[in-house]
Design a protein around this ligand. Structure first.
Ligand SMILES: Nc1ncnc2c1ncn2[C@@H]1O[C@H](COP(=O)(O)OP(=O)(O)OP(=O)(O)O)[C@@H](O)[C@H]1O
Ligand SMILES: [Mg+2]
Length: 275
């Protein structure tokens, strides 16, 4: 019997498995700019799954809770089914990319004290940055491409916030993101590669009655070469992550071939993470 497709996104398909489990398949698609730019790179799905599995194994060995269960095939892994928390959590160690737009006074390359940022997964509003101010009990939404001081879009009272579970999740998400970042940073360091930043997504383990219990939140989705910036030798010019695709002008076969080589290199390196 054909399995039921739970959801198909731009780069992955989630299939129903059994007993609260799902099968997550990576496609060969590479996309950027909310899907405005899209290409297919043969074998990318396999390389992405290899990388994700290698990363989740490292996190698991470090005692960080994730949805990962085991490898299923070359391009699929088995995970616990979760209800996704509609936030992207980003940790930044070196100032680069969109961070410079929000903090124009910070020079590119500045070492940051593990800055954690939250973004709403909200395509219509271009994934605004959210600041949770637990002192004034307000949630502030900002345009992610403008200097913070000019970028306020909306301000909400936390008391009016519909989801208490989400507010309870915030400190846990921050902790999971920091732990994941530091573990992967330390691991990449052994290969003389700098982890510049990292994006994770988390979920509430499905079927659990209470979302207010910290242990019911796990790192979910994937951690692959689209989730971070990595600079071998700390040199931006050597970058191996998806940024090369975002920066690519014409996406010629030669450029896409180079990008595929990078994905293959990352899959191979991460295969040595637990050696
Ligand atoms: N353990 C899980 N259980 C259920 N759904 C999951 C799990 N892990 C990831 N997902 C979901 O699988 C989908 C992966 O698809 P993909 O990342 O390709 O989507 P996308 O087009 O990038 O859209 P999105 O902005 O939602 O990520 C996402 O919707 C994600 O929320
Ligand atoms: Mg996604």
């Amino acid at each position: 019997m054909e399995a039921r497709k739970i959801i198909e996104g731009k780069t992955k398909i989630v299939w129903e498995y059994f007993d609260g489990l799902v099968r997550i398949e990576s496609k060969d698609d590479i996309t950027a700019g909310d899907g405005e730019r899209r290409d297919v790179i043969a074998d990318k799905g396999r390389l992405a799954t290899t990388t994700t599995v290698n990363c989740f194994k490292v996190l698991k060995a470090a005692g960080i809770p994730t949805h990962f269960e085991n490898v299923h095939s070359e391009r699929e892994f088995i995970a616990r089914k979760v209800d996704m928390i509609p936030r992207e959590i980003v940790v930044r160690r070196i100032a680069t990319g969109s961070y410079l737009k929000r903090q124009p006074e910070v020079a590119e390359g500045t070492i940051l004290p593990y800055v954690v940022e939250f973004f709403a997964k909200d395509d219509a509003r271009h994934d605004p940055l959210i600041i949770y101010d637990f002192v004034s009990e307000r949630t502030l939404y900002f345009d992610p491409k403008k200097p913070l001081k000019d970028g306020l879009i909306e301000e909400r009272s936390m008391r009016a916030e519909e989801s208490k579970a989400l507010l309870v999740a915030v400190p846990i998400l921050r902790k999971l993101a920091l732990k994941s970042f530091k573990k992967l940073e330390q691991t990449w360091n052994k290969f003389n590669v700098t982890l510049v930043d990292l994006k994770i997504e988390c979920g509430w383990v499905a079927g659990n009655p209470s979302r207010l219990i910290p242990a019911h939140i796990v790192v979910a989705d994937v951690i692959d070469n689209d989730s971070w910036r990595i600079w071998p030798g700390g040199d931006k010019a050597q970058m191996k992550d998806k940024q090369v695709y975002r920066d690519s002008k014409n996406r010629t076969p030669a450029e896409l071939g180079k990008i595929k080589e990078n994905y293959a290199w990352v899959a191979e390196q991460t295969g040595k993470f637990l050696d």
